[in-house]
Ligand binder design. Structure first.
Ligand code: AQP
Length: 344
């Protein structure tokens, strides 16, 4: 399942990414995804959606889901996405995501999906009890991206394998239907110091919304005291910070806190060590807490302000949906013709 053949896609460049409304956004989502969206919106047409179709691959309370969508939208806006510049919308507003996903379900191979590690992680030991949607999730993700013929996809490192699958699906569709270059082979944009933020409780697992311990993550909505407490309680070791990056090898928790500091301060990890080498965590943690509060505090406050006016958030999502539809509808109409559907 490799697709390294050149692809003669000649359409415009577009950025697309999504975030699931499955809980409070955390520092990993912020550094791995949101800050990149904000930067990219000024470089290329940018489409950012709240992935409520993806969210129901695991049970969501129907009475809360709409509110969760508004919360993620508020996080986008509070982080600096400008709804006049970027197109911000809810996935469920554009039914073509699900329609294209069905076509791609028939393009992708079971063997390809069997290799997806996120399904294995999320389904755990009882994969026969997981929803079919959770298994097919990466195919819907391919549809999300290719419906807009997106060429660049800013995501955290955990999504790299899914992006490879998207490229494989695009390549196979183009090949099977003899339409070279119809879909682009999108590039994952995973670089950056926040590409893989790890849990504050265990430097070997990624920071995640679904981690049962709230102390494993810093949420965008945490207040200053909570952030300080979480940083204080973050797992570390007894060694001081070294001078050289290589000396952090084998110290995943220390490595993680240095990487978080670097990402929040706009420094490289080596520069952080330049500042703190020889100091223990007793000295480093309060500095990290202050930095995290100074960056995240205003975002949380702005989210609360925005969420006080849900009608305005809905207006922004409605406007975004209209702009998203303008791209999605013609793409899906072309796909129907290419596939040969009666209603094409
Ligand atoms: N720890 C992380 N470090 C860097 N980036 C991360 N992302 C998630 N965790 C980290 C990136 O955030 C974006 C949105 O993710 P998502 O909410 O759609 O799904 P996810 O990757 O499944 O996020 P979580 O927090 O781990 O949620 P749960 O616990 O529900 O699975 C993506 O670009 C992702 O790479």
């Amino acid at each position: 399942m490799t697709d390294q053949a050149p692809n003669p896609y000649a359409g415009p460049q577009r950025v697309l990414s999504g975030v699931q409304p499955t809980g409070d956004l955390h520092l990993g989502n912020y550094l791995g995804a949101l800050v990149k969206f904000v930067r990219l919106q000024h470089e290329m047409p940018t489409f950012i959606f709240v992935a409520d179709l993806h969210a129901i691959t695991e049970w969501q309370d129907p009475a809360k889901l709409k509110g969760q969508v508004r919360e993620i939208t508020a996080a986008f806006l509070a982080t600096g996405l400008d709804p006049k510049v970027a197109t911000i919308f809810a996935q469920s507003a554009i039914p073509e995501h699900a329609e294209l996903a069905w076509v791609f379900d028939c393009v992708a191979r079971v063997g390809w999906l069997d290799r997806m590690t996120q399904f294995k992680d999320k389904a755990g030991k009882h994969k026969e009890r997981a929803s079919v949607g959770l298994y097919a999730y990466p195919v819907l993700q391919a549809a999300d991206i290719l419906l807009y013929k997106a060429t660049h996809v800013p995501v955290g490192e955990d999504q790299k394998q899914h992006l490879e699958l998207t490229r494989d699906i695009a390549g196979k569709f183009n090949h099977d239907f003899e339409r070279p270059g119809f879909f682009p082979l999108p590039e994952p944009l995973t670089q950056g110091p926040g590409a893989r933020v790890m849990s504050l409780r265990d430097g070997q697992v990624k920071m995640s919304k679904s981690d049962p311990s709230d102390y494993s993550r810093i949420n965008l909505t945490d207040d200053a005291d909570t952030i300080a407490q979480k940083v204080k309680k973050a797992r570390t070791d007894a060694e001081p910070l070294p001078e050289q990056l290589e000396a952090l090898e084998g110290r995943p928790e220390a490595q993680n806190l240095v990487a978080i500091y670097a990402a929040l301060a706009g420094l490289s990890p080596a520069q952080v060590l330049g500042e703190f080498a020889g100091q223990g965590f007793g000295a480093f943690k309060p500095k990290l807490a202050d930095l995290a509060v100074s960056v995240m505090g205003p975002i949380g406050a702005e989210m609360r302000r925005l969420l006080a006016d849900p009608a305005e958030i809905d207006r922004i999502l409605g406007d975004g949906a209209e702009r998203a539809r303008a791209i999605a509808t013609p793409t899906m109409a072309e796909v129907r013709k290419i596939v040969g559907f009666w209603a094409g």
